[in-house]
Design a protein around this ligand. Structure first.
Ligand code: DX5
Ligand code: ZN
Length: 223
C-alpha cells in the first residue's frame, strides 16, 4: 500500500501579527499537522515563540500540533509545551547530552516523542533510542530560518533512517527547503511527513500550495 503523506506547514513563514487566523487558514486549506518552530537564540541564531503562544493557538485548530524545539536545554520546558497542547514534541539530538531521558520525559507527559538531526549529525545518533521514538525529523537545512535551500546530501540520511525504522510505527519527517521541486525526492527516499514554510505561505493561496506539495510527494512515493 502506498505510504500516506502528512503535510505540516510551518507557521514560521506565517504572518505573526495574525497567527490564530493563519492556523485556521492552513487547517481549512488542507494541512494535516501544524508545525510549530520554537527557537531560543542560543541553540539556533533566531528567536520565535514559546509555550504561551502555542497555548494561545491551540483553540484555533484540532489538527496535530507538531512542536519542533530548537532550544537548549530542552528538558526544563517539555512540560510547558505539553501543557500548551502539543501533540508531538521533537527535540534535537544535539541539544543536550541525555536524549534518552528527554524522550522518556516526553512520553511520560503523554505526548509523542520526536528527535531531530541537523544536517551534520549522522543517523547513528538515533540507533539506541529507536524504541522510544514516535518521529524522526531530518533537517534538510541548518535550523534557524525559513526560506533556505534544500541540502541534497540529506537524501542518503533519509534513506538510511527509513531502513533503520523498519516496521516500527515511527514517522520520518523532513524539514527545510521542501517545495514542489524537492517533495518528490524526499518522499521517494522514505519521508512520510513533510514540513513546508515558505512554499505554503507564499502568494496567499495556501490550499493550492498544500495540494501541489502533496501531489509532488505522492508522485515520489509512487516512483
Ligand atoms: C527551520 C525550521 C523550518 C522552517 C522551514 O529552522 O525548522 O520548519 O520553517 O522553512 P522552509 O520550508 O521555508 O525551508
Ligand atoms: Zn521545523
Amino acid at each position: 500500500m502506498a505510504r500516506e503523506i502528512v503535510i505540516a506547514p510551518s507557521i514560521l513563514s506565517a504572518d505573526f501579527a495574525k497567527l490564530g487566523g493563519e492556523v485556521e487558514a492552513i487547517d481549512r486549506d488542507g494541512c494535516d499537522w501544524v508545525h510549530l518552530d520554537v527557537m531560543d537564540g542560543h541553540f539556533v541564531p533566531n528567536i520565535t515563540f514559546g509555550p504561551d503562544v502555542v497555548a494561545a493557538l491551540r483553540p484555533h485548530s484540532d489538527k496535530v500540533f507538531d512542536t519542533h524545539l530548537m532550544i537548549a536545554p530542552c528538558d526544563p520546558y517539555l512540560e510547558a509545551f505539553a501543557k500548551a497542547g502539543s501533540d508531538i514534541i521533537t527535540v534535537h539530538a544535539e541539544a543536550g547530552p541525555h536524549l534518552d531521558r528527554s524522550l522518556q520525559h516526553i512520553r511520560s507527559l503523554g505526548k509523542k516523542a520526536g528527535v531531530s538531526l541537523t544536517p551534520s549529525t549522522p543517523e547513528s545518533a538515533i540507533e539506541y533510542v529507536l524504541d522510544k521514538l514516535d518521529l524522526v525529523l531530518v533537517m534538510t537545512v541548518n535550523p534557524g530560518f525559513g526560506g533556505q535551500t534544500f541540502i541534497p546530501a540529506q537524501l542518503d540520511k533519509i534513506r538510511a533512517i527509513r531502513k533503520m525504522i523498519g516496521e516500527r510505527p515511527i514517522h520520518l519527517e523532513v524539514d527545510g527547503g521542501v517545495n514542489v521541486d524537492t517533495a518528490g525526492l524526499v518522499a521517494e527516499a522514505g519521508a512520510d511527513a513533510l514540513v513546508a514554510g515558505s512554499a505554503v505561505f507564499k502568494n496567499g493561496d495556501y490550499a493550492k500550495n498544500i495540494a501541489a506539495i502533496r501531489e509532488a510527494a505522492m508522485a515520489g512515493v509512487a516512483a
